[in-house]
Design a binder for this molecule. Sequence first.
Ligand SMILES: *Cc1c(COP(=O)(O)O)cnc(C)c1O
Length: 410
Amino acid sequence: MALVNEHFLKLPGSYLFSDIAKRVNTFKITHPKQDIIRLGIGDVTRPLAPACVEAMHKAVEEMAHAETFRGYGPEQGYDFLIEAVIKNDYVPRGIHLANSEVFINDGAKSDTGNIGDILRHDNSVGVTDPIYPVYIDSNVMCGRAGVLEEATGRWSNVTYMPCTSENNFIPAIPDKRIDIVYLCYPNNPTGTTLTKAELKKWVDYALANDTLILFDAAYEAYIQETDVPHSIYEIKGAKKCAIEFRSFSKTAGFTGIRCGYTVVPKELTAATLEGDRIPLNRLWNRRQSTKFNGTSYITQRAAEAIYTPEGKKQIQATIQYYMDNARIMKEGLESTGLKVYGGVNAPYLWVKTPNGTSSWKFFDQLLYEANVVGTPGIGFGPSGEGYIRLTAFGERHDCIEAMRRIKQWI
Ligand SMILES: *Cc1c(COP(=O)(O)O)cnc(C)c1O
């Protein structure tokens, strides 16, 4: 008899996006003439940069001829892409990495979800709250999160670090040891960041407590302000305590192409029960070599093209487009008196609902009064209650029209 992994059964259904769809459908049936603007989805809308398209065409052509055909590539990714990553994303910030410390993948979701493979099931876990759901759910699946406490919506073996307007979205450093901490900056869903000084506190905490930081920098390319670190390795000592995840999804519109990378420094170790220190790079390399057969050659050529002079200019123009949307939305919302966070170094606006309205109630009001769809903050964790997330990934005219409607309503 095959037995199931019963940890999966602890996962509550992911009702957030289906609940949203249900409410939107109900609205459409009762208001067939109203058109809806969707500012809820976290997907990009602008097309690929021409430099990437050209590189993919060229790579397809290579695949079409016996002399230039490529089969399996290295599981860790091709050196041409790894070298472009190191040279462009790290060296200019004074960070030096060996090729073997960078693992090309099919996006950050896979690796943030799979990294737990190389960590014991009984490590304690810490997350900022609200949070990208993958971090928690992937720990639930292997039993590491414990059991769900229905009353609080929290998992028993997870420490939640609330990020709300009360603490300016800066999570407090825990007053106890936690084995593994997930940090995501710039943050999804709040759109907020940590300064270098704030992130340094986390690195210092990790070094003092032998904590592993899993640092998700998927929105690094959206950073506009100078005091915001692009990589955790800008902080001294971070190579000893942190793994960094990056993605081309939001940077270059690769949500449908699928490519990113993970940095596991050579000096990063974790302990066995006997107290021996094991390099995590070695384990991750073994894990990837066994369970992953690499990202497609065509995709890696597309990613390489992001780092060409034309590619850089083109993706920068797209990022600017989204960030102009974010500015228009932020100004529009603030002019109504709403409190808005994020939107400066990230394409997300985290809007406080007025007068203590619940996330879902405000979601409904926004839908019925302004015909605009957001994402209720409670869907990202208990501390998201009382907020709604709007994304700046839409079309410009939709962002402008949405603000006009919200101004008229509020
Ligand atoms: C979008 C996103 C990612 C990227 O996921 P991919 O698998 O690379 O598309 C990673 N982390 C966060 C927090 C995100 O919002």
